[in-house]
Each structure stands twice: as structure tokens, then as C-alpha cells.
Design a protein around this ligand. Structure first.
Ligand SMILES: C[S@@+](CC[C@H](N)C(=O)[O-])C[C@H]1O[C@@H](n2cnc3c(N)ncnc32)[C@H](O)[C@@H]1O
Length: 863
């Protein structure tokens, strides 16, 4: 772990900008450099002026005054050209914009007009708004603006809710084409709250003609936690997950439930806007953010692309705009809150909000080992390794070997197994009574070193064998045997499936040890090496070439140690490889470390991964049917164990997956996912069917698996795919886990494996209180192994008086006894596995979506 020490961590750098909604100042390079002097990294600039605004209002008002009230035409429609005779805004004039291309343009975020209403139900207003946006985007593109902030879509029009978002989305689609080098940031509130949508003077929204409005307010709740996310989902889907389309998220004073926060965390939030009104005052009257705000910022800043922060309405940039601005900001704070300011001008901080955020940057908690290790790999799709068919490079082994936990845990497991062996006085397969231990798939040998240490620790003598098929790694094994292991290891360069097993002296065998494979089998097809060196004769340590002398015979392995696991446990063909040595394991007392491993699943929303898979599909049609290894970050778990998300309650006994610590903390952690076991494998496998005399090849059908698992979903969202994890029992209570629910308890800070991601070609929308059902197979044709997966989405429809809460939908197929299910037990407001059908609980499942059956057969793992 030396390379990943916290001391070398450069930490997170915040990029902070200044946003003044009514900036009238011409933003010149001098202005930008003053902003830099004040410690801002960038600032916003409106694309057009109030002159342009007045011009459009004037145009509209004279147009409306000459227009008859809209009426239904003969067909019965109103939104026809007859009612929306085109009103064209003439091109911009020099008074319409203060923006001029210059050297500082690249450090500006352009802001388009907030007084338009692209969502208006009145086609005239919607079209006029669209024209304003297009003129602004075109001029911004001309000036070389790289980032645009597009004001919040208006979701409420009288009794109508979110009806016009699709017009907004369509306009953004055009804008993306008009500004081909611009990154567009859609400004969104975290939740939809109709009371916050207040029209300002000069806004176009109130000018929508009554005929197009539904005036009655309706009975919708005022606050919809996922309402603005819904709007965003529609916009980005209309724009086909465009790679230049991002979210600018407005942080409110009162943060919403953690489930809403975690949803936004999964979206491409590239700007975070914080208004002065979202700050609290500390006892000295200085602006500060609540602990919950700090926690959310800390999480967002750990994303692959941390958002830039825009401070809004925090007063002018010092020295640039008149001093009234400063006074205006300070006057919001009562004078008694500012004792030091009134006492001495010396301590006056002209940018207290900025100072606070800069200070917050300094106080960011150090990144965890896995975060440091995974820098640059967050949400990055990687093809899984195929160590069976491809020889790994030394650097790949080197990366494995940096794991601070894995090898330590293997050593513990081997030590325990050896101690138990001795304590239980089990006979060994070696005539001298040594425990025969084989590390199969030894790589560069770290587990061999650990096995030797474990033997010393346990005080149990071993006869150590190391089998590796990678001829390049084998060179290092030979060198290590000479230089580190004192020649104590017998090295076998072979695929473990064709290894005939360890050899011991014949006379010793005759006195008791069994010969599992028979004297008739030779060793020609595997190169067998044995050290001829005696421990006190270092001069002969390099003599590894002499094949073992006749007079020896095969025997069993007592303990097999392997690490052939992939991100989904069995995806690097550990079962198939270990089957190949199954018969070599002592049939009575033999042990495999690992003893078992299991694959685990949960449905996720992963917009970034989806967009990346879509892009890869252009060059690789198999991309959407390929499982990927990914360090998952910008994702949201659709099925969670705790959906309450109260930010101010204590979150006891909940796994803290960001910091790796558990115990009572302020509830700032995102809800714990509901992860279920898909299947498992155990070794040695006493149930492998004998080869059929009818077949020339050995059947692998016993390694086929299938599962069907139901996941209750609390909040609506989009399922882009499945996150896969694994758990393994090495020996006894020594376990490794990448499952976010159990990883901290079983193997915190392990870095060797990232999760696996099974994408869906077409994302599926999931309703509130619904169910996602996953059907998955591990398939084989005896030559390769692949996965097939399919997702169904169900809405739960009430059929009778419910006998359970709506947050407790009936689920089918959950395997009780799985670690994740167990972890749910005893929690409030968590989905509980129910036997029986949904009908019994007052709900009927209605299928509302279904993916195709995906298959990774083209990218299958060759056996
Ligand atoms: C994931 S690496 C682990 C290496 C090492 N044991 C460690 O923990 O660092 C798996 C190793 O198993 C080897 N391997 C995979 N399948 C094998 C097989 N059928 N026979 C022999 N070696 C195999 C690979 O070449 C690779 O070196």
C-alpha cells in the first residue's frame, strides 16, 4: 500500500465561481483577473442584456395586442399555426449583449435568460422562448463560451404539472446541435416545490394566454421529492444521454431525504449552485453550511468529475462592483451577528461565503485507500480479466499484491486451517506427516509466501507446492524459490487441470499414503521441479531443473489454496479450474481455501455507465451485452434497505460505505442497498457427476446456475443495469467481500476487486413502490462460460385493503438466509421477504416493463 499512502494524497481541489443573477458589468479579462485575485476560479456572465429582454417584451406585447384570442379551429385543435402565427425575434444587436469574445471567455460560464418559459403551454410563449434560447446559444457559441447554464424549467402552469418539459427538452436538443462545443448545464432544484416557482417581473410565463391554461390548481402535493429528477430524466432521454448535457444542481437550505440526494449523486452534476440563503450563520455571524450540506458536498467532490461550485447572490467581487453590494449582503446579517466586523474593519472579510467554501476544501476528509487506489477508475468500464486464457503481465500482479487485506486474510485462513488440522489430529497425505499444501494459480507467489508464514505461525510443517500456468510468472516463481523461499517449494508449471498431483517417495507411500491417480500415469505433460537444495546449502538453490527421480508416487493435496475469483466470484472460471484438481484433494479431510464463494446482485441506476456503453456500441455491437468491471461511484441503488433518509436522525448500525467506519454517526450516508445472493460454489465439490462414457469431453453442466430475484423499489427511477459483487468464505470465519452491505464487516479496505456491471440495452423506468425482478443464468457449452440476464419491472396495484404498508411490497424469490436478507431483518421501514404471492398482501403485480434477455455469449470466458 506504499503507493497509496494518505500523506501523498493531494486532496480535492474545489473550483469555485461567482454568480450574480443581475450582472450588468461587461466581463472583460480585467474583471476575470479581479475575480481570480479574490480567489474565485471563474464567474458567470449573462448572454443578453435587459435591453434585449425589453425588446422581446415590447415585440410580444405589440404582437398580442393585434392578435385575436385563440379559438378552436374546425378540427377542434387550438395549437395550430392560425393561433401561433410566427413571431420572429430579429437578430441580436450590439445593445442586446455585453459579451465580446476575448482571452477570458474560456473562464466564463454563460447564463441564458431566466425570464423565458420553454415549458409554456401557450405555443406562442414556448416558441418565443425557444427563439430567445437559440439566439443566445448561437451568440455564446460564436463568442467561444464553453459552458452554458440554462435556467430551471418551469414545471407548474396553473393546474398543469410538468406538461411542457418535453418542449424544453426538444429545445435543448436543438441547442446541443447549435453549440457543438458547448457543455450545457440544466439548472435544477433538488426537489419539485410548486411554492418555489415564483414569477418575476418581466417573465414570459404569466403572459401565457388563459385559453391554454388549466387554471384549477388540482390536488397534487406541493412537494414532489423526485419531480425535478423526473424532468431531468425526460430531458436527458430526449437528448439521448448526450455527453455534453449535465446538471447544475441548486442546493437548498433544507436538504431533501438522503434517497433524493443519492439520486442526484448518480447524475452528471457538473455545477453545484449554492445561494447565500442556503448558508446558516455561526455564533460569530459568519456564513457556514450545515453538517448535512458538508457531507453532500464531500460526496459529490469524490466523484470522477467533481462539480464546480457557483456561489450565488453572495455580494459583488471585491473592487469590481459598487460598495453598495457589499453592504447589501452584510445587511442580511444582523449587526449583532458581526461583532468582529463592527469592532474592527481590519478583520473585514469581503467574501465570507467564498472563504468558508475554501476552508471546507481544506477540511475534506482524506480519501480512503480504495479511493486513492481507484483514482481515475471511478465509473470507468473495463473488460474483465481472463487469466485462464490470457497470461497476465507482471504489473497486473503487482497491482493485486498491493492489497492490504487479501493476503493478510489468506494467511489467517491458512494458519487457522493448519492449526485445526493439527488440533484435530487429522492424518495427512504425506508419509512424513507434513500437511501437503498446494497454491494453485500462484502468480508471482504472494500466497506461497503467506503459506510459509502461516506454517511457521501455526507450527505445522507443510510440504508446499505451487502450480502456475503462466510461463512468464513462472520465471519469477523460480527466482523467489531461490531467493526468498529457501527452495522449500516444489514448483509445477502446468495448467492445474492437467496436473497429476504432488509426488512423494515411493517407499513412504507404500507405508500408508494413497495414490489417487495410479502409478501408471507419468508426469510428461507437466514440468515438475523439485529443489535439490538442502536448507544449509545455499550454493545449490538454483538447481530447479532436475525432474523428480523415479521411486516416487502421486499423493493427495491436503489443503488447496487458490485465488481465481473475479468481480462476480465465478466469472474468471474458478469453478472450472478447481474442478480440474478436485480429484487431487484428500477425499476425507481435504480443504479448499476458499471453501466457497457466492455472487450477489442489485439493480442500479447508472446514467454515466449507460451513456458510455451506448457510445461503445457504435464500434462494438456486443458492448451492451458485456459485463464490465467498474469502480461504481455515480450510481443509485434502486432497491434499498432504508428509504426513510431522514437527514437529522442517527443512523445506527448502518454500514458506512463511504468512510469504512461503522457505528453511530449523523445520518448522512446514502441508503444501504438491498443486495441478494444469486448463487454459490463450494470446494472441494463432492457432487461432480462422473464423466459420461457417451461423451468425449467432460460436461460442465454442474456449473450452470440460474436465479430469479425480486427487489422492492421504494422510489421511481431508471434501471440501467445490475451491480454485481461477491463474497467468499476462505476458511471458517475468515471471509472476503465486495458486497457493499457486508464488505466493511468482512474485509474493509480490500482493494483487489471492483464490482461488476451488467448493462441493459434499453433502460427501464421503475415506479414508486414497485418491484424489479432479475432473472440470470450462468451458462456453459463445455467450451466457454457466459451470463444471460433479463430484468422485469412491476408496479404494485392495490387489490384490497392492504395488510402491509405500501413500503413493504410482497417480493418473490428472495433467498432467506442470504447475508443481505439477514441484514434487513429488524430494520424499520425496510422491505421484508414475504413468502407467497402479492395478492395475499393486498397488492397485485402488474408488469410495466421488461428488458430483452441479454447474453454475453460473444464475450464468453473460454474454458
Ligand atoms: C488472480 S491471479 C492470482 C495470483 C496470485 N495467487 C495472487 O493472489 O496474487 C490467478 C492466477 O492463476 C493462474 N491461473 C488461472 N487459471 C489457471 C489454471 N487453470 N492453471 C494454473 N494457473 C492458473 C493465472 O495465470 C494467475 O497467475
Amino acid at each position: 500500500m506504499d503507493n497509496y499512502s494518505a500523506a501523498d494524497d493531494p486532496g480535492v481541489t474545489f473550483c469555485i465561481g461567482h454568480h450574480e443573477p443581475n450582472r450588468t458589468l461587461m466581463v472583460t479579462p480585467q474583471v476575470v483577473s479581479r475575480a481570480h485575485e479574490s480567489n474565485y476560479d471563474m464567474l458567470t456572465v449573462p448572454i443578453t442584456t435587459t435591453h434585449f429582454h425589453s425588446r422581446v417584451l415590447g415585440l410580444l406585447s405589440s404582437y398580442l395586442s393585434n392578435l385575436q384570442s385563440p379559438s378552436f379551429d374546425r378540427i377542434g385543435t387550438m395549437a395550430t399555426s392560425q393561433n401561433t402565427r410566427p413571431l420572429t425575434i430579429p437578430p441580436l444587436t450590439k445593445l442586446d449583449s455585453n459579451l465580446t469574445p476575448n482571452d477570458a471567455t474560456s473562464q466564463l460560464v454563460g447564463v441564458t435568460s431566466s425570464w423565458i418559459d420553454l415549458c409554456s403551454p401557450d405555443p406562442l410563449i414556448a416558441d418565443l422562448s425557444r427563439q430567445v434560447l437559440m439566439l443566445e446559444v448561437a451568440y455564446a457559441a460564436f463568442c467561444g463560451i464553453g459552458y452554458l447554464l440554462i435556467p430551471i424549467p418551469k414545471l407548474h402552469h396553473g393546474g398543469m404539472h410538468s406538461e411542457g418539459v418535453v418542449y424544453y427538452a426538444r429545445a435543448i436538443q436543438d441547442a446541443l446541435n447549435l453549440g457543438p462545443y458547448i457543455q450545457f448545464h440544466i439548472w435544477l432544484r433538488m426537489v419539485d416545490n410548486s411554492e418555489l416557482e415564483v414569477d418575476s417581473m418581466g417573465d414570459l410565463a404569466p403572459l401565457a394566454r388563459e385559453e391554454y391554461l388549466q387554471l384549477e390548481a388540482g390536488s397534487l402535493p406541493k412537494v414532489d421529492p423526485f419531480g425535478t429528477w423526473d424532468a431531468w430524466d425526460l430531458i436527458r432521454k430526449t437528448c439521448k444521454y448526450h455527453t455534453r448535457l449535465f446538471v447544475a444542481l441548486a442546493m437548498p437550505k433544507q436538504l431533501p431525504a438522503l434517497s433524493v440526494q443519492s439520486r442526484w449523486h448518480s447524475e452528471p452534476v457538473h455545477l453545484l449552485t449554492i445561494d447565500s440563503s442556503s448558508f446558516l450563520k455561526n455564533p460569530k455571524g459568519y456564513p457556514v453550511l450545515s453538517k448535512a450540506h458538508q457531507a453532500l458536498i464531500a460526496k459529490l467532490m469524490r466523484l470522477r468529475t467533481p462539480p464546480w461550485i457557483l456561489l450565488c447572490n453572495v455580494g459583488p467581487i471585491p473592487g469590481l462592483e459598487n460598495a453598495e453590494g457589499i453592504e447589501a449582503t452584510q445587511s442580511q446579517l444582523s449587526s449583532s451577528d458581526y461583532p468582529s466586523l463592527s469592532a474592527s474593519k481590519k478583520h473585514h472579510d469581503p467574501t465570507p461565503h467564498l472563504s468558508y467554501i475554501r476552508n471546507l476544501q481544506q477540511r475534506q476528509p482524506p480519501r480512503t485507500p480504495i479511493e486513492r487506489f481507484g483514482t481515475g477508475y471511478q465509473d470507468y468500464l473495463q473488460a474483465p480479466l481472463q487469466p485462464l486464457t490470457v497470461n497476465l503481465e507482471s504489473i497486473t500482479y503487482e497491482v493485486f499484491e498491493k492489497d492490504p487485506i487479501k493476503y493478510e486474510w489468506y494467511e489467517r485462513a491458512i494458519t487457522k486451517a493448519l492449526r485445526d488440522w493439527a488440533d484435530q489430529k487429522k492424518p495427512t497425505s504425506h508419509p512424513d506427516g507434513k500437511v501437503i499444501l498446494a497454491v494453485v494459480g500462484a502468480g508471482r507467489g504472494p500466497l506461497v509466501t503467506r503459506a510459509l508464514r502461516a506454517s511457521a505461525e501455526a507450527g505445522v510443517e507443510i510440504d508446499l507446492w505451487a502450480v502456475e500456468k503462466n510461463q512468464n510468472a513462472f520465471v519469477l516463481l523460480q527466482r523467489h524459490n531461490e531467493t526468498i523461499w529457501d527452495g522449500k517449494v516444489t514448483l509445477v508449471q502446468s495448467d492445474m487441470r492437467s496436473w497429476k498431483g504432488p509426488r512423494v517417495r515411493r517407499q513412504a507411500t507404500e507405508s500408508g499414503a494413497q495414490d489417487p491417480v495410479g502409478e501408471s500415469l507419468g508426469i510428461e505433460d507437466s514440468l515438475l521441479y523439485t529443489p535439490t537444495k538442502s536448507t544449509n546449502d545455499p550454493g545449490r538453490a538454483s538447481d530447479f531443473s532436475a525432474p523428480i527421480a523415479s521411486g516416487s508416487t502421486h499423493t493427495y493435496v491436503d489443503i488447496v489454496v487458490s485465488e481465481l475469483l473475479g468481480s462476480f466470484a465465478d466469472n474468471e472460471l474458478s469453478p472450472e479450474c478447481l474442478d480440474g484438481i478436485n480429484d487431487l484433494i484428500n477425499p476425507v479431510h481435504g480443504i479448499s481455501i476458499p471453501a466457497s464463494y457466492s455472487a450477489h446482485l442489485t439493480p442500479i441506476s447508472a446514467p454515466k455507465l449507460h451513456s458510455d456503453v451506448v457510445n461503445q456500441t457504435i464500434s462494438n455491437p456486443a458492448a451492451p451485452e458485456t459485463p464490465y468491471v467498474v469502480m461504481l461511484h455515480a450510481i443509485d441503488f434502486l432497491s434499498t434497505a432504508d428509504s426513510t433518509g431522514n437527514t437529522e436522525t442517527l443512523n445506527q448500525n448502518t454500514t458506512n460505505r463511504a468512510s469504512g467506519s461503522s457505528g453511530p454517526t449523523l445520518a448522512t450516508e446514502f441508503p444501504t442497498p438491498f443486495v441478494q445472493t444469486a448463487w454459490s460454489f463450494s470446494h472441494p465439490n463432492r457432487n461432480i457427476p462422473p464423466p459420461s462414457p457417451m461423451q468425449s469431453t467432460i460436461s460442465n453442466s454442474h456449473n450452470v446456475r440460474q436465479t430469479r430475484l425480486s427487489f422492492p423499489t421504494q422510489n421511481r427511477g431508471v434501471c440501467h443495469g445490475l451491480a454485481g459483487y461477491f463474497e467468499t468464505v476462505l476458511y471458517g470465519d475468515v471471509e472476503l467481500s465486495t458486497n457493499p452491505v457486508t464488505m466493511d464487516a468482512k474485509s474493509a479496505t480490500m482493494i483487489s476487486w471492483f464490482p461488476i456491471y451488467f448493462p441493459l440495452k434499453t433502460p427501464l423506468n421503475v415506479p414508486d413502490n414497485g418491484e424489479v425482478v432479475i432473472t440470470m443464468y450462468r451458462q456453459t457449452d463445455d467450451r466457454k462460460v457466459w451470463y444471460e440476464w433479463m430484468v422485469e419491472v412491476y408496479a404494485l396495484e392495490r387489490t384490497s385493503a392492504p395488510t402491509t404498508k405500501l413500503t413493504t411490497p410482497a417480493v418473490t424469490g428472495i433467498r432467506s438466509g442470504s447475508p443481505s436478507v439477514d441484514s434487513l431483518k429488524g430494520k424499520e421501514n425496510t422491505p421484508r421477504p414475504q413468502g407467497g404471492s402479492s395478492n395475499q398482501t393486498g397488492y397485485r403485480r402488474v408488469r410495466v416493463g421488461m428488458s430483452e434477455m441479454h447474453s454475453s455469449i460473444k464475450e464468453g470466458c473460454l474454458m
